[in-house]
Structure formats: structure tokens, C-alpha cells
Write a protein that binds this ligand. Structure first.
Ligand code: N01
Length: 533
């Protein structure tokens, strides 16, 4: 069995960077990765239409000048194949592959208190031990199928977007059903509507969607981006979610209706998340302010969808704009103007079952050649639950987190020494332009390991008190946001899973700068809240 200093689970954006940093420290480190290649989310989610909604040039790693110099993003919002190429480019550049075991899904991780060692076992039978275990599992890596009877009986082609095949899939002339209208559904529907024979979309909850406004990056812009990377990353660093969009300092209700309208119109016409993150500062916290942007967005749907009945169905009724993750789209609403695209509101006519030939609702039988499940993930904790992780005294993490996760800083867990959870529950990372916050998480973990080595500590674990305080803080911080009152994966709800029926906010929402400050304070105070021995 391999005996290592550190084991990392997952070779996505987090795992790759963590490997690089620990190697710099001189630790013997190995990554275990379920897929056959690097890239994590960009490796698995290769469905048609998958692309960034962060500006490409704000998403890449910021730590290496050579990578920044040598990589050219071709579009402001790159498509999945390009991002996957980028991950491979980084892995090659830093020579990471030699320390990654692919096709090795970790099934269990057990902590041995006497030895201060973690031991992992993978699906392929490989076992390894290490002092540190770092999970880099990704918040959205455990896909969930809908809890509809008969899913397994369908005899046509069937794909979950998060497990899309590597071979090309043709939609031409086919009758295709899509279940799910989250950010993924919106992208896949828009893309396949271009070539499909007949498309039927099964929508349970409509989402507010805003235009992405993607475009190619020309030579001049490319040069400017490269020249201004330090400024770009500095802007991201100081903004709430590490995007280039900063909120308008005014309140929506403090300005006239004309001024409000003008800003909404401007933001609707601009690329990216500006309409969500660069809007009036109160639209995501004040119901009355939120109602003004919600009314604006409702009007936009009506303008873009020709049939008023379909427009009405596509309009969310149970939540205001921006209170669920905003899907960015490139012609989503117009897809429903096509004769060969049909919308089925499953709130009106629930799906009863899936049969060998298609989908049956309360009032119709829809035959299909293909069903696409854009039904999301067991978010944030699901990937942890799928590994049998046992800490001190054999305590199972899954049991500990049965009623929701408890963590300290979203980075460690009481009772699970030397286990670090990069981009785990309760960190700011999932409410963030991910790589920006991932770099912070990884750097912090790396500094902790360096500190332990320098000071001669072997074991680190948070106190129960520190964990309880942080966990309560995560919930309290979220209360001021309207999103905390709405069902979504960010509030821990997944209607397909019995253990995820009630709301529990899974992400720290005090903003990336505040989160960084808190983490740095803990470190500066000799890792306050942790027991080091
Ligand atoms: O998953 P989701 P996603 N019957 O959970 C529906 C990121 N992302 O993969 O809302 C009928 O949001 C479900 O309905 P409801 C991004 O952070 C980024 O789309 O539960 N419908 C919902 O419509 C995003 O937020 C990009 O009522 C069922 C959908 O399936 C996150 O990933 C692109 C059902 C699931 O939506 C997750 O997005 C894509 C059932 N039984 C995703 N079960 C970028 O652009 C589920 N649904 C970077």
C-alpha cells in the first residue's frame, strides 16, 4: 500500500491546484480521480451547450504567469470543450498527471487515530494511506435522477447531462424529451433545439433567465486582457462573489422608476452576471426592490415568447428574480417559438411514469427516441455521502451530517482530524466565481500544512465549539438574502432525495472578501478554533 503525506480526492479545478501547491511544499501527494481525465465538472458535463457563465478571463487560474501568458480564451464565455482543453493544458504545463491515478473512484476513507493516518480504498481496489486527506469533490458532482417510476425501463437513448457520453450524440430527426429547466436544462434545450426533430421540455419550476451575450475575443481584446490580468484579478478579489460585476451602490427604491428601468435595460443588454451581481444593492435582499426587477424580467419573457400562454408558463410564480441561481441563456426563450418545441408544465400535468417508449403525464403519452435528464445534483454534500468517510472512533460523516453539514470555515470537521474539504459545504466557494475562491481555499489549506510542518504538529482538528459557531454563522448570514426563503440546491433542497426535503443553507454568503478575512484572522491567531497536536 502506498504511504503518502497527502491524498487528494478529485482532479478538477480544486484538486489540480491543491496537488501543485502540496508538491511545492515537498509533500508526497497523490490524487485519486474517478474519471479518465482531469477537469472535474468540465470532464463530466460535456452536454451540448455547456459553457461558462463567468467571463473566461476571470475564471482561469491566477497563480501562474506562464499559464496566463500562454493560454488564449477564444470567447468571453468559453464552451465546455475549450475549458476541458484548458484543464489539460494546465495539467501538462505543471506536469501533474504523474501524481494522479485515474479511473479510481474512492469508496471509503477511514481515519486511524493511533497512527494519525487516513486510509482510502478505491473502486479499482487500490488502497493508500496518508497523513492528510483533502477532498476536492466539487459541489455539483453527484448527479441525481428524478424519482419517477420506470426510469430504468426506457428503451431509447437516455442521458443525464452530468454523465454525458464522450461520443457525439445526434438529435436529428429524433423525438427528444428533456426533464429539468435549471442552468443546465436551459443550455441543453437551447442548443439541441437547433437540430432536433421534435423537442418536448418537461418543466416543474421555471427559472428567471437572462441573456449571456457571448462573443469571440479579438486580437486587441486578447492583448488587453493579458496586460490587465493583475487588475482583473484585483477587481474579482474585492467583489462579493469574485466576479468583475460590482453592485450599484444605490437602492432600487431610492431612484425613480425611469432610472431603475434604464439600469435594468442596460444590464439586460450586457454580457454575463451583471444583471444579478451588478444590480442595485437591495434587489436580492428587499422584497419590494426585488419586485421591480422581477416585473422587468416578466415583461422581457412576454416580449420574447410569441405565444402568451407559453410565456406565462415560462414565468416563475413562486420566487423573485435572482433568488435561485440565475441561468444565462443564448436564445432559450426563442426556442419555444419553434413549431417543433413543446413545453409541458408538470405542475399542471405531473409526470406519472416513464415507460419503455416514453413519458406518461396525467393527460398524455409522449413517445420519445431519447430522454435527457437535466435534473441536477445531490449538491454540495452528495459527493461526500457517496464515500464512506469515518473519523475518530469510526464515526460516519454521513451520520454526522444527516440533518445538514456542520463545519468550521467550511474547511474542516470536528471529529475528522487532518481532513480538509476544499470547496466544501459552508465555504464561500460555491457562492463565488469558483476558481477565485478555490485558490483561496487551497492556499489556506497549504499554509496550514506548512505551519504544521514548521511547528512540528501532526494533527489538526476543529473544536466542537468552533464548528457550532461557524455552522450557526452560515445560517444566520444567509437570512438577510431572499434566496434563503426559496427551495433550491443552494438551500439544500432536492425533491428527489428523501434526506433533502427541508431548507438548510449550504454555502457561506457573507461574500468572498469577508470569508477570506475570517480565514486569515483564524490563521493569524495561531489557528484559533483548531486543536493542533
Ligand atoms: O440543476 P438544478 P442544474 N421532475 O438543480 C428539475 C451550475 N451550472 O444541473 O426546480 C421534474 O438547478 C428541477 O425542477 P425543480 C449552476 O450553479 C453552471 O440545472 O426542482 N423536474 C430543475 O428544473 C447551477 O445552478 C453552468 O422544480 C425535475 C432541474 O431539474 C447548477 O450547476 C451550467 C425533477 C434541476 O436543476 C445546477 O444546475 C449548468 C423531477 N422529478 C449548471 N427532478 C454554467 O454555465 C429535478 N427536476 C457554468
Amino acid at each position: 500500500m502506498q504511504d503518502l503525506d497527502a491524498i487528494i480526492i478529485g482532479a478538477g479545478i480544486s484538486g489540480l491546484y491543491q496537488l501543485h501547491r502540496l508538491r511545492e511544499l515537498g509533500l508526497s501527494t497523490r490524487v485519486f480521480e474517478a474519471g479518465e481525465g482531469v477537469g472535474g465538472t468540465w470532464y463530466w458535463n460535456r452536454y451540448p451547450g455547456a459553457r461558462f457563465d463567468s467571463e473566461s478571463w476571470t475564471y482561469g487560474y491566477s497563480f501562474d504567469e506562464e499559464i496566463l501568458r500562454d493560454w488564449n480564451w477564444s470567447e468571453h464565455f468559453a464552451a465546455q470543450p475549450e475549458t476541458l482543453r484548458y484543464c489539460n493544458f494546465v495539467a501538462d504545463k505543471l506536469d501533474l498527471r504523474r501524481d494522479i491515478t485515474f479511473k479510481s473512484r474512492v469508496l471509503s476513507a477511514r481515519y486511524d487515530e493511533a497512527e494519525v493516518r487516513w486510509e482510502i480504498e478505491s473502486e479499482d481496489g487500490s488502497r493508500a494511506r496518508s497523513q492528510f486527506l483533502i477532498t476536492a469533490l466539487g459541489p455539483l458532482s453527484a448527479p441525481t435522477m428524478p424519482n419517477i417510476p420506470g426510469v430504468a425501463s426506457f428503451e431509447g437513448e437516455a442521458y443525464h447531462t452530468g454523465r454525458w457520453p464522450h461520443e457525439p450524440v445526434s438529435f436529428e430527426g429524433k423525438r427528444v424529451g428533456v426533464i429539468g429547466t435549471g442552468a443546465t436544462g436551459v443550455q441543453v434545450i437551447t442548443e439541441i433545439a437547433k437540430t432536433v426533430g421534435q423537442l418536448t421540455v418537461f418543466q416543474r419550476t421555471p427559472n428567471w433567465c437572462a441573456p449571456l451575450h457571448n462573443s469571440p475575443i479579438g486580437a486587441d481584446t486578447q492583448r488587453r486582457i493579458k496586460e490587465t490580468y493583475p487588475e482583473i484579478f484585483a477587481t474579482c478579489r474585492d467583489s462579493f462573489g469574485c466576479f468583475i460585476h460590482e453592485p450599484d451602490p444605490r437602492n432600487a427604491l431610492d431612484v425613480s422608476a425611469e432610472v431603475r428601468e434604464a439600469l435594468y435595460e442596460k444590464l439586460y443588454g450586457e454580457p454575463g452576471f451583471g444583471i444579478w451581481m451588478g444590480n442595485f444593492r437591495d434587489i436580492l435582499i428587499d422584497e419590494e426592490a426585488n419586485a421591480t426587477i422581477t416585473a422587468f424580467m416578466r415583461r422581457k419573457i412576454r416580449e420574447r415568447v410569441e405565444d402568451p400562454e407559453i410565456a406565462e408558463k415560462l414565468t416563475p410564480r413562486d420566487h423573485g428574480f435572482g433568488t435561485r441561481r440565475l441561468p444565462l441563456e443564448s436564445g432559450y426563450y426563442e426556442a419555444f417559438n419553434q413549431d417543433n418545441v413543446q413545453l409541458v408544465d408538470v405542475q399542471d400535468t405531473p409526470i406519472e411514469r416513464i415507460t419503455p417508449t416514453g413519458i406518461v403525464t396525467g393527460d398524455a403519452d409522449y413517445p420519445f427516441d431519447m430522454i435527457i435528464y437535466a435534473t441536477g445534483f445531490d449538491a454540495i454534500t452528495g459527493a461526500f455521502d457517496r464515500i464512506d468517510i469515518r473519523g475518530v472512533g469510526g464515526q460516519r460523516l454521513k451520520d454526522k451530517w444527516m440533518n445538514g453539514p456542520s463545519t468550521y470555515l467550511g474547511l474542516q470537521i470536528a471529529g475528522f482530524p487532518n481532513l480538509m474539504t476544499v470547496a466544501g459545504p459552508h465555504s464561500a466557494t460555491t457562492f463565488c466565481n469558483m476558481p477565485r475562491c478555490i485558490e483561496q481555499n487551497v492556499d489556506w489549506v497549504t499554509e496550514l500544512v506548512r505551519y504544521m510542518r514548521n511547528e512540528g504538529f501532526e494533527r489538526v482538528v476543529p473544536t466542537t465549539e468552533a464548528e457550532e459557531t461557524w455552522t450557526a454563522r452560515v445560517q444566520e448570514t444567509a437570512q438577510r438574502f431572499l434566496f434563503s426563503r426559496v427551495d433550491s440546491w443552494m438551500t439544500g433542497v432536492n425533491k428527489n432525495l428523501p434526506n433533502k426535503q427541508s431548507r438548510s443553507v449550504l454555502v457561506y454568503t457573507g461574500g468572498a472578501p469577508k470569508y477570506r478575512e475570517l480565514c486569515d484572522e483564524v490563521a493569524a491567531n495561531g489557528y484559533e478554533g483548531f486543536e493542533l497536536s
